[in-house]
Ligand binder design. Structure first.
Ligand SMILES: Cc1cc2nc3c(=O)[nH]c(=O)nc-3n(C[C@H](O)[C@H](O)[C@H](O)COP(=O)(O)OP(=O)(O)OC[C@H]3O[C@@H](n4cnc5c(N)ncnc54)[C@H](O)[C@@H]3O)c2cc1C
Length: 597
C-alpha cells in the first residue's frame, strides 16, 4: 500500500487532479479512504477465494457454467459501492472518479485474486461502451442494471477463425423491420460470458451487417443480451446458447465461454452507434482493457513478490560465506534473504513490479488529462497514452512472468508445490501475454502504428517527457550518472527507430516490423528506466527536503532499486539494439533457409 501511495501521491501528485472541474468533489483524504476500504475488502473477501477458485475452477455442467459463489458476492458489492461505474459521469450513474484512482483500486483487488475483478471489470467496459456510443434507449434499458451488478457485461470479438485478425469475423447481422438485427454466429473465449450469479448478460458483439464492406471497415457493434427485455419489463430468452467453458492452465476461476448466437434464428441484437464503425468503438473498451491486463500482470507479480519475500525472510538455509565459510555447521544457518543471489531475485521483482505500477498509474493519469485536462494539453496526453498503451500492457505481462519465475525460484522446491501460491501466480500470469492482443500484436501496434503515428509526434512528446525527468534527476549529484545513462539509452532508442524506419521508407514493410517483438523489449526497457528515474528523483527529493511520509529506509530502498534496474536491466538495450540493427534477416519466409519440415 505504501508503494502504491508513493506513486500516487508523491510521484504523480494525483490530488492535483482535484483542481479540474471534473474532479472538484474529491480530495486526497477521499482517495485514501477508498484505497483503505478496498484493501480491507480485498483482505476479507477477495483474497480468501484466491486458491479456492483455482482448485474449484469455473466449469460447464449440464448446460450451465458453474463459478465460485464469491463471484456473486463481488458483483453485488461492486454494484453497491458504485465501483462498476466509478469513472462514469454523474448523469450516467457514475462517481466521476479519476481513472488513475480507479486503476489503483483495481491494483489492490487484482493483487488479492486475479480471477475475480474481471467479472465487474468487463461489466464496466461494456456499460461504458453503451454510455459512450449507444442511443438513449439502449442506455436506459441496459446500463442501470449493469451498474448495480445485477446484469453482467462482456466483450465478444473472437471467433474460431478470427483471433488476432478481427477483419475476418463472420458473425452476421440481418436487419429486422423493427430496427433490430437478427444475429447469427459463434464467439469463443468470452470471459465472464455466463454464470448463475447475474440475471442477464449484456454481450457487446462485433458483427458484420449483411452487405457490409469486407475487412475492418464493415464491422458493427451490437448489444446482444442473453435475455431480451419484453414490453412489460420481464425477460425472455434471446437464443444465446452457452456451448462450453474452456479449461485453462491458469486464472481458472474466471470462466471463458463459448457462445452461440442465433442457432435457432431467434437472436436479436441492437446496433450501437453507426453501422460499420464497430471496431472504432470497441477500441475504447480494448484500450481500457489493455491497461487493465497490464495492471493484472503487475498486480499478480506484486502479490508473488510479497509471497517470496516472506519466504526468503523465514527460510533458514546454508551459511554466509563471509561468516567463516559456507560449510561451517557450528555457525547458525542464515535465512536465505542474506544470500546475494536471493537478494538479486528479490530486487529484480521489485524493479519489475514497482516500475510497472508506476508506468500504469502514469498512463491512467494521462487518460484523465487527455479527457479533462486543459484543452490545449489534451492531444499531447492522448498521444502519450496511445503510445504507451502497448508497452503498459506488454511489459508487466512479459516481465511480470519473469519476475514471478524468480519469486518461485526463491522458494526452491516448494515453489513448484501447490502448498505455496507461487506456482499459481506463475500459471495465472501466463494469460496476460495472450489476451487483449498477444505480445506479437502489441509489438506490431507499437512499432508499426504508434511510434510512427502523426509523423512521430507522440514519440517526440515522449522524448520531451524523458528530457524533463533527466533534468529533474540531474539536480542531485548522486543521480546525475543515472540521468546520463538514461539520456544515452534514449538516444540509442531513437537511433534504432531511425534505422528501422529506413526499411519502411524503402517499402520493405515486412522487414521493418519483422523484429517488432525485440523492439518492444528495447523500448519497454527504456520506458521503465524512465519510470525508475522518476521514482528515484521523487525519493531523493523527500530525503533532501526532509518532507518524508515514510521511513528513510523506504526512500533509500527506492533509489537502490533504481540502481538495480540501471545495472541489471537497462544495459540489455545494447543487445536489443544490436539485434535490431543486424544486417541479416532470418525470419522472413522468402529469406529463410529453414524449411521447418
Ligand atoms: C482465457 C482467455 C480469455 C479471453 N477473453 C476474451 C474475451 O473476453 N473476449 C474476446 O473477444 N476474446 C477473448 N479472448 C481471445 C483472445 O483475445 C485471443 O485468444 C487472442 O487475441 C489471440 O487470438 P488467437 O487465440 O486466435 O491466436 P492467433 O491470432 O491465431 O495467434 C497465434 C499466434 O500467431 C501470432 N500472430 C497472429 N497474427 C499475426 C501477425 N499478423 N503477425 C505476427 N504474428 C501474428 C500471435 O501473436 C500468436 O503468437 C480470450 C482468450 C483467452 C485464452
Amino acid at each position: 500500500m505504501d508503494d502504491l501511495r508513493f506513486v500516487l501521491h508523491d510521484m504523480l501528485q494525483v490530488e492535483d487532479l482535484c483542481a479540474l472541474d471534473r474532479y472538484k468533489d474529491y480530495d486526497k483524504a477521499n482517495f485514501d479512504i477508498l484505497l483503505d476500504s478496498t484493501k480491507d475488502y480485498a483482505d476479507k473477501v477477495i483474497y480468501p477465494s484466491f486458491k479456492e477458485m483455482d482448485e474449484q475452477p469455473a466449469r460447464y455442467e449440464d448446460g450451465k457454467i458453474i463459478v465460485h459463489p464469491v463471484v456473486g458476492e463481488m458483483m453485488k458489492s461492486a454494484g453497491e459501492n458504485g465501483s462498476i461505474g466509478a469513472f462514469f459521469d454523474y448523469e450516467d450513474g457514475g462517481m466521476q472518479l479519476p481513472h488513475v484512482v480507479y486503476s489503483a483500486l483495481s491494483h489492490i483487488t487484482q493483487s488479492a485474486n486475479n480471477s475475480l475483478p474481471g467479472y465487474p471489470g468487463l461489466t464496466t467496459g461494456a456499460a461504458h461502451l453503451i454510455v459512450s456510443f449507444g442511443s438513449q434507449e439502449l442506455k436506459d434499458k441496459y446500463v442501470p442494471n449493469m451498474l448495480t451488478g445485477k446484469w453482467a457485461g462482456t466483450m465478444c470479438l473472437t471467433e474460431p477463425q478470427a483471433g488476432s485478425s478481427l477483419s475476418d469475423i463472420t458473425t452476421s447481422a440481418t436487419p429486422n423491420e423493427d430496427g433490430s438485427y437478427q444475429v447469427k454466429g459463434q464467439k469463443i473465449f468470452i470471459s465472464g460470458g455466463d454464470h448463475e450469479y447475474s440475471d442477464n448478460f449484456v454481450h457487446l458483439v462485433l458483427t458484420r451487417i449483411d452487405g457490409a464492406p469486407a475487412g475492418t471497415k464493415g464491422i458493427s457493434l451490437m448489444v446482444v443480451p442473453k435475455f431480451r427485455i419484453k414490453e412489460d419489463g420481464s425477460l425472455e430468452p434471446n437464443d444465446v446458447i452457452t456451448a462450453g467453458d474452456f479449461q485453462k492452465m491458469g486464472q481458472r476461476g474466471y470462466c471463458t465461454t463459448h457462445l452461440v448466437f442465433g442457432e435457432n434464428d431467434g437472436c436479436q441484437g441492437w446496433l450501437v452507434g453507426e453501422a460499420n464503425r464497430g471496431l472504432k468503438y470497441m477500441f475504447q473498451m480494448m484500450n481500457g482493457a489493455r491497461i487493465d491486463v497490464g495492471l493484472m500482470g503487475a498486480s499478480t507479480a506484486t502479490a508473488a513478490y510479497h509471497a517470496s519475500l516472506q519466504y526468503a525472510k523465514e527460510r533458514p538455509q546454508g551459511r554466509r560465506i563471509q561468516n567463516s565459510g559456507a560449510k561451517d555447521v557450528e555457525q547458525e544457518q542464515a535465512t536465505i534473504i542474506n544470500h546475494p543471489d536471493v537478494r538479486r531475485m528479490l530486487l529484480l521483482q521489485r524493479a519489475v513490479t514497482e516500475g510497472s505500477i508506476a508506468l500504469l498509474m502514469q498512463a491512467s493519469m494521462y487518460h484523465d488529462m487527455a479527457l479533462y485536462g486543459p484543452e490545449e494539453e489534451r492531444t499531447r496526453y492522448h498521444n502519450l497514452l496511445e503510445l504507451l498503451t502497448p508497452i503498459a500492457k506488454t511489459y508487466p505481462a512479459e516481465m511480470g512472468r519473469t519476475s514471478i519465475n524468480n519469486g518461485l525460484q526463491i522458494l526452491g522446491g516448494y515453489g513448484f508445490c501447490t502448498d505455496f501460491p507461487l506456482e499459481q501466480y506463475y500459471r495465472d500470469i501466463r494469460i496476460m501475454s495472450l489476451y487483449e492482443g498477444t505480445t506479437g500484436i502489441q509489438s506490431l501496434d507499437l512499432l508499426g502504428r504508434k511510434v510512427v503515428m502523426k509523423n512521430g509526434e507522440a514519440m517526440r512528446q515522449l522524448v520531451a517527457e524523458f528530457k524533463e525527468s533527466i533534468s529533474a534527476a540531474s539536480n542531485y549529484d548522486d543521480l546525475k550518472p543515472y540521468a546520463a545513462q538514461f539520456k544515452a539509452a534514449s538516444k540509442e532508442l531513437q537511433a534504432t527507430i531511425m534505422h528501422l524506419l529506413n526499411y519502411a521508407m524503402q517499402g520493405q514493410y515486412e522487414r521493418f516490423i519483422a523484429d517488432a517483438n525485440i523492439f518492444m523489449e528495447h523500448m519497454s526497457t527504456v520506458v521503465l528506466a524512465w519510470q525508475w528515474l522518476q521514482l528515484a528523483t521523487t525519493a531523493k527529493t523527500a530525503l533532501v527536503t526532509g518532507n518524508k511520509t515514510y521511513s528513510t529506509e523506504f526512500y533509500e530502498g527506492k533509489i537502490h532499486t533504481m540502481r538495480y534496474f540501471y545495472k541489471y536491466e537497462l544495459p540489455k538495450t545494447a543487445a536489443f539494439k544490436t539485434i535490431l540493427m543486424h544486417e541479416e534477416s532470418l525470419t522472413i519466409p522468402e529469406e529463410s533457409k529453414v524449411a521447418f519440415a
